[in-house]
Design a protein around this ligand. Structure first.
Ligand code: FES
Length: 70
């Protein structure tokens, strides 16, 4: 299955975690850079602490809940 198998992206918000995006062909980050999506499902960082923005790198798992975003 590839990203092209979907008519539109599906979004799943993981509680205290990333946004899972299925079926997207690209993601535009806050700087306006467009990232090509090569996987059927990608995880986008919502905690803003990832070292691989816009992708989730798992850092959210070690951040205390309620910690301020920078
Ligand atoms: S949501 Fe996973 S690192 Fe930010």
């Amino acid at each position: 299955m590839s990203a092209g198998d979907f008519d539109h992206p599906d979004v799943v918000l993981v509680p205290h975690g990333p946004m899972l995006l299925r079926g997207a062909e690209s993601v535009q980050d806050t700087d306006g850079t467009v990232h090509r999506v090569e996987r059927p499902v990608v995880a986008l960082c919502r905690c803003e602490k990832s070292s691989r923005m816009p992708w989730c790198d798992g850092t959210h798992k070690v951040i205390p809940r309620g910690a301020p975003r920078t």
